[in-house]
Design a protein around this ligand. Structure first.
Ligand code: PRX
Length: 658
C-alpha cells in the first residue's frame, strides 16, 4: 500500500459550509436515500432508472442475479445512450443551449449547441453505417480532446457499436494490443494532436499499429483534420471526417439496444497480465453517469461544468462524454495542458468561461501549488474565480495540505471540495461527499453514495471494525458496475469476486479505513501491484514485461515510491545481460531504457528512477523480494531482516538511482 501522507483530519482545515438547495439537501436527505436503498435495493434503482433515463421500451425486470457475479440490470428495457444525451435535450427545449465550450491548446474558443452537436453525431453515425459499421462492431477511438472526440463516442453509441477509446499518449504497440484484443473494425483518429505547443502524429501511430499484424479487421480509418499536418494515406481505407460528414444527412435513427448492450470497452491496468478491457453496459452505466452529475455535482441549468480529464480514461467517459450531456449541461472541454502557455491556464480558463463546477486530479493541484508559490502571476488569487461553487478531485488520494490549498486558494473557502473515490470498473462515483450534505474532512472521501453498499473487510471477507484498516469491497451489485472483462469472463470473476472473500463481494483492489467517530472512509492505496502515477493506473508487471523485452535486459523489477507531486513514481530495478553499467554509461543505458518503455507502452510508463545491479535480490526459492526493493526505492536504510535473501550483497548495488 502506498500513500504519500496519511490522510488524517487536520485541526487547521478550513470549515466549508454545505451548499443550500442542493439536489441532496442536508444529511437527512442523504440518510433518507440510503435508507430507501437499504429497504429495497431493486426498487430504489428502478425508481432512479425511470426518473433519469428515457427508455424506448420500459424495463420490467430490475436485477437479474441468476448468473452472479455477471449481474444484469434492466435487461428487458431498451434505450439508446446518444438519444438520451442528445435528442432528449432537444425535446426538452435545450436545442440552443451550449453543449460544449471547446478551448484549443492555442487558446482558440469554439462553442457548439446541443442542436449542432446532435447533427454532427448523426452525420458521423450515418457515415460509419455507410462504411459498413454495424451494431456490435467495435470501433477504436484514438483522438485528442475535442468536440470530435466526444462526437465520435456518441456516434458509436448511436449505432450500437461499442467504442474503445485509447488514450492519445499510448504508443503504437499499446494501441495495437487494444485494437487486436477488442477486435476493432474501424478506427477514428486525428491527423495530429496539439498539446502544450507540441504536436503528436496520431494518424502515423495508427498506421504503425495497423501494420503490426492481427488487426486486419480494421477496414476504415476516419481522420479528423486537427492541424493539417502531412499524414500517410491509404486510399480506400482512410477517409476525412469532414468529407464523410458532408456526404451524410444530419439526422440518424438510433439503434435501440437492450440495457445490457455493451456501450464501451475501456482498457485499464491490472496487477498481472495485459491490460484488461472493462466492459460497461448502456442502461446501468448511463443511469449512474446522469444521477451522479445531479447528486455529486449538483448540476443546475446555469452551471458551467469543467472536468479536466481526457476521454481516454473513465473520468472522461463518465464526466465529459456521457454525464454532462445526459443532464443537458454546458461544459468546457480543453485540448491542452495546465502549464501551457503558463501555469495559470486553469485559473484563467475558469475566469473566462465562468466555470462553476471544476473537477481535476490531485497531481495537477500539487504541481500548480508549486508554480503558484514561485510566481504570483499564475497564482489562483490573481484571477477572478468567483464563478466557482463546487470543486472536485479524482483518481488518487489527495493529501490534506493540497486539499486545504485547493479549498482556500481556488475555492475561496466557499466551495465544497469533493474527494470522489471510484474506478474504471465502477463506472461512476462510489464514495464521495455530497456538496449540500456532507461535512468535509480533508483527505477523506467520506461516505458511500446512496445505493452503494461499500464496506471494509479482512482477507477472509469478514467485517472489520471502524478504525481498523482492511480491504474495500462492495456488497451489493449496482447498475454501473463492470459487466465483464472483454473476452475473459474468468479473469473478471476471479479478479473482482475472489473465492477467498466468499465469491460475493466486489473487490475494489484498494485498502481503506473508516473513522471510528464519523464512519468516514479514507482510501489507503492499492493492495495489489498496481501503481497510481499522476492518477493514472499502471501495472508493475506491464512495465516489467516491456523492460524485459529489451535486448540489453536480463531481468527487471518495477515498484512504486511515494512522490510529492505525482503521487507515486515508477522505479525500475534492472539487471543487464552485460556488466552493470556505472557513471555516464549507466545514464546512457537508463535513457535508452526509458525511451524503450515510452515506445512499448507510452511516455506515462517511463520509469523515473532506474537502478542497476549484478543480480536481482531473491529468496532461496527464487522470488524477487519486492518488499525490500520498495524500501531501496524510497531510499530507506535497509534495517529489515535480509536473512531470507539468497544474495543480500547485491542490495547495496542498487543504492543509486539514475
Ligand atoms: O486506487 C484507487 C485510485 O484510482 C484507482 C482507480 O483508477 P482508475 O480505474 O484509473 O480510475 C481513476 C478515476 C476514477 C482506485 O482503485 N483512486 C481513484 N479515486 C481515488 C483514488 N484513491 C484515493 N482517493 C480517490 N478519490
Amino acid at each position: 500500500m502506498s500513500t504519500i501522507e496519511l490522510n488524517q483530519p487536520s485541526a487547521t482545515a478550513p470549515q466549508i459550509p454545505v451548499l443550500k438547495h442542493a439536489a441532496i439537501d442536508g444529511m437527512e436527505a442523504y440518510r433518507a436515500l440510503v435508507a430507501e436503498a437499504e429497504r429495497d435495493h431493486e426498487a430504489f434503482w428502478a425508481r432512479l432508472a425511470r426518473e433519469h433515463l428515457d427508455w424506448r421500451r420500459p424495463f420490467t425486470k430490475v436485477l437479474n442475479d441468476a448468473n452472479a457475479p455477471f449481474y444484469q440490470w434492466f435487461e428487458d428495457g431498451e434505450l439508446n445512450a446518444s438519444y438520451n444525451c442528445l435528442d432528449r435535450n432537444l425535446i426538452n427545449g435545450h436545442a440552443d443551449k451550449t453543449a460544449i465550450v471547446f478551448e484549443a491548446d492555442d487558446g482558440k474558443v469554439t462553442r457548439i449547441t446541443y442542436q449542432a452537436l446532435y447533427h454532427r453525431v448523426c452525420r458521423l453515425a450515418n457515415a460509419l453505417r455507410a462504411r459498413g459499421v454495424k451494431k456490435d462492431d467495435r470501433v477504436v477511438i484514438y483522438m485528442p480532446m475535442s468536440v470530435e472526440g466526444v462526437a465520435a463516442m456518441l456516434a458509436c453509441a448511436r449505432i450500437g457499436a461499442p467504442h474503445s477509446v485509447v488514450f492519445g499518449g499510448f504508443s503504437a504497440k499499446s494501441l495495437h494490443e487494444r485494437m487486436v484484443d477488442v477486435g476493432a473494425v474501424a478506427v477514428i483518429t486525428a491527423d495530429e494532436q496539439a498539446r502544450g505547443g507540441k504536436t503528436l502524429p496520431l494518424k502515423t501511430i495508427v498506421d504503425e499499429a495497423l501494420t503490426m499484424g492481427g488487426a486486419e479487421a480494421v477496414k476504415t480509418v476516419v481522420i479528423y483534420r486537427r492541424t493539417g499536418g502531412r499524414i500517410p494515406w491509404i486510399a480506400g481505407r482512410d477517409a476525412w471526417l469532414h468529407e464523410l460528414e458532408q456526404a451524410q444527412p444530419d439526422t440518424c435513427e438510433p439503434e435501440w439496444v437492450g440495457a445490457e448492450h455493451p456501450l464501451f470497452v475501456l482498457y485499464t491496468s491490472g496487477s498481472t497480465g495485459a491490460p484488461k478491457g472493462v466492459q460497461h453496459s448502456t442502461g446501468g452505466y448511463l443511469l449512474w453517469a446522469a444521477v451522479t452529475m445531479k447528486w455529486t455535482f449538483d448540476i443546475k441549468p446555469a452551471d458551467v461544468f469543467w472536468c479536466t480529464a481526457d476521454i481516454g480514461w473513465i473520468t472522461g467517459h463518465t464526466y465529459i462524454c456521457y454525464g454532462p450531456t445526459a443532464v443537458g449541461a454546458t461544459q468546457v472541454i480543453f485540448e491542452g495542458v495546465p502549464t501551457y502557455p503558463n501555469a495559470g491556464r486553469f485559473w484563467d480558463m475558469i475566469q473566462r468561461h465562468k466555470v462553476s463546477i471544476f473537477y481535476t486530479a490531485p497531481t495537477a493541484i500539487r504541481s500548480l501549488i508549486k508554480t503558484a508559490d514561485a510566481n504570483a502571476a499564475v497564482h489562483p488569487r490573481s484571477f477572478d474565480l468567483s464563478s466557482l461553487r463546487i470543486l472536485g478531485t479524482v483518481g488518487e488520494p489527495i493529501n490534506p495540505s493540497a486539499w486545504t490549498w485547493y479549498a482556500e486558494q481556488v475555492g475561496g473557502g466557499r466551495c465544497p471540495v469533493l474527494d470522489t473515490f471510484w474506478q474504471t470498473e465502477t463506472g461512476g462515483h462510489m464514495i464521495s461527499p455530497l456538496p449540500g450534505a456532507t461535512p468535509l474532512v480533508p483527505g477523506s472521501c467520506t461516505l458511500p453514495m446512496p445505493g452503494i453498499d461499500a464496506a471494509i473487510v479482512d482477507e477472509t471477507g469478514r467485517d472489520v471494525p471502524n478504525g481498523q484498516g482492511g480491504v474495500l469491497v462492495v456488497r451489493k451489485p449496482w447498475p454501473s458496475m463492470i459487466r465483464t472483462i472483454w473476452g475473459n469472463p474468468e479473469r473478471f470473476r476471479h479478479g473482482y469476486y475472489p473465492e477467498e472473500l466468499g465469491g460475493k463481494l466486489y473487490l475494489a483492489g484498494d485498502g481503506a479505513i473508516r473513522d471510528p467517530d464519523t464512519g468516514y472512509f479514507t482510501i489507503t492505496g492499492r493492495i495489489d501491484d498496481v501503481l497510481n502515477v499522476s492518477g493514472h493506473r499502471m501495472g508493475t508487471m506491464e512495465i516489467e514485461s516491456a523492460l524485459a523485452a529489451n535486448p540489453l535486459v536480463a531481468e527487471a523489477a518495477v515498484v512504486g515510491r511515494p512522490d510529492e507531486t505525482i503521487g507515486e513514481a515508477i522505479v525500475a530495478f534492472i539487471v543487464l545481460k552485460t556488466e552493470r553499467p556505472t557513471g555516464a554509461e549507466a545514464k546512457r543505458v537508463a535513457d535508452e531504457l526509458r525511451a524503450w518503455v515510452g515506445k512499448e507502452i507510452g511516455p506515462i510508463a517511463k520509469p523515473k528512477d532506474i537502478r542497476f545491479g549484478d543480480a536481482m535480490p531473491k529468496t532461496r526459492s527464487g522470488k524477487v523480494v519486492r518488499r525490500l526493493l520498495r524500501s531501496v526505492a524510497k531510499g530507506d536504510a535497509i534495517s529489515q531482516d535480509t536473512s531470507t535473501v539468497e544474495n543480500p550483497a547485491v542490495i547495496s548495488q542498487f543504492a543509486d538511482a539514475v
